[in-house]
Write a protein of this length. Structure first.
Length: 174
């Protein structure tokens, strides 16, 4: 699978301007986004709770010369913050929403670090999964979480191939 367009678009900026530290690909699945950055010299941590997904990621990482770590973690344990504070130079989150993790994500980035976040909005239910509102952003919700950060890109609406309803943000922690 190829990397998300947001990762491709902002890779050079992240490589040039991010603070020291690894990139965390949160709920990484097969790791295609993180591995794209690892192949460009960044240290990357692929984090997911799925053994199957991480196994595929580990296989794919074998063909990448960059520094890739695999982290099996359940990000949804009530009352727990699995993320180290100010530990990451960038965090990638795609097609995943667990609202209780948002404050943890904000604390986990180092000052000047990048967040690339893209997931589904409530309008997605008309096109297919996910349909559960717990996993769908409300209008303006993603931008609201990071309104006090430097926003480099924001989008909320429909995308094609396949048709889907998403919200995206690329921002930097002050």
């Amino acid at each position: 699978m190829s990397p998300d367009a947001l990762v491709v678009t902002f890779a050079d900026l992240m490589i040039a301007e991010r603070p020291e530290g690894p990139v965390l690909d949160l709920a990484s699945g097969d790791g295609h986004n993180g591995l794209f950055l690892a192949a460009r010299g960044l240290s990357v941590i692929l984090a997911d709770r799925s053994e199957e997904a991480l196994s595929k990621a580990k296989e794919a990482a074998a063909g990448v010369e960059g520094n890739v770590s695999i982290w099996k973690v359940d990000l949804e344990i009530p009352g727990e913050n699995p993320l180290k504070e100010e530990a990451y130079s960038a965090i990638l989150v795609f097609r995943y929403l667990h609202r209780h993790l948002m404050p943890c994500i904000k604390k986990a980035l180092r000052p000047g670090g990048f967040l690339l976040y893209s997931t589904y909005t409530l309008d997605q239910a008309q096109f297919g999964k996910p349909r559960n509102p717990d996993f769908l952003l409300k209008p303006g919700e993603l931008v609201e979480w990071f309104k006090d950060w430097q926003i480099l890109h924001r989008f909320e609406g429909f995308q094609e191939n396949p048709r889907r309803a998403v919200a995206e943000i690329v921002c930097r922690k002050p």
